[in-house]
Design a protein around this ligand. Structure first.
Ligand code: ZN
Length: 146
């Protein structure tokens, strides 16, 4: 365990370095003062996704969804609920695969909703299909190394 970790701000994309002891206090971004752990999923595009994958040192869960996908809309509030439960240990984000189609190809996405768990830029696990908040939380816990 290192004493500080790097985290990208979900609001302005600035790179922050945070003492691990301060994570639970809900630190704010040094550049824009937004919360680094809003406790709610934040929106990504491909450039932002790349930046998080390159720099984030907190496990990162991405919901790949699309506006036309009914099951995705069903899962959205449950994903947000799981996000509140797991902050700040895991950060949650969403990526619209219709708007950002190159991402779908890159991650070989065949069905949505799909969640992919990343840790230090590497894909750790993925799961397709609707899950409720409790299922998301236990699935993440199974896949995040203590
Ligand atoms: Zn910021």
């Amino acid at each position: 365990m290192t004493d500080t970790i790097h985290i990208i701000c979900p609001a302005c994309q600035a790179k922050n370095r945070i003492p691990t002891a301060k994570l639970a206090a809900g630190p704010a971004c040094g550049a824009c003062k937004a919360s680094l752990f809003p406790g709610a999923p934040f929106e990504l595009d491909e450039a932002r996704l790349n930046k998080h994958l390159k720099n984030d040192e907190v496990p990162f869960l991405v919901d790949f969804w699309a506006p036309w996908c009914g099951p995705c809309r069903t899962m959205a509030p449950m994903f947000a609920d799981a996000s509140r439960q797991m902050s700040p240990a895991v950060r949650f984000a969403k990526l619209d695969t219709e708007q950002h189609q190159s991402v779908g190809a890159r991650f070989q996405i065949r069905g949505i909703p799909l969640i992919i768990l990343f840790d230090k830029g590497r894909e750790v696990a993925r799961q397709t299909g609707v899950m409720n908040a409790g299922q998301i939380v236990s699935w993440v816990r199974q896949n995040v190394k203590g």
